[in-house]
Design a protein. Structure first.
Length: 115
């Protein structure tokens, strides 16, 4: 199970930190990711962190967002700074055991950035 939290309403230029707590798995053996889906758009990758801590980001968030993980807390984070209205979306966390399918998704948390 994946439980995402931390979404909310923020003004442009503000910050939020999303958290996603995992259970029912050996967290350290999972790659973890954050995706988002804006209204009328396809779900897209935001940030990804592997079991060994390698990261990659969508070009649109590079330099503004940071993904991290705490294996002791079975939690992955997404620190989002300098938020823009175009960051408005439902954010979903994903886990991928040993980096392989199937993918497991959390329930999503809504981020709304006002201009």
């Amino acid at each position: 199970q994946l439980q995402a939290s931390g979404g909310g309403l923020v003004q442009a230029g503000g910050s939020l930190r999303l958290s996603c707590a995992a259970s029912g798995t050996i967290f350290s053996l999972n790659d973890m990711g954050w995706y988002r889906q804006a209204p009328g758009k396809q779900r897209e990758l935001v940030a990804y962190i592997t079991r060994i801590g390698s990261t990659n980001y969508a070009d649109s968030v590079k330099g503004r967002f940071t993904i991290s993980r705490d294996n002791a807390k079975n939690t992955v984070y997404l620190q989002m700074n300098t938020l823009k209205p175009e960051d408005t979306a439902v954010y979903y966390c994903l886990r991928r055991f040993m980096g392989k399918s199937p993918d497991y998704w959390g329930q999503g948390t809504l981020v709304t950035v006002s201009s």
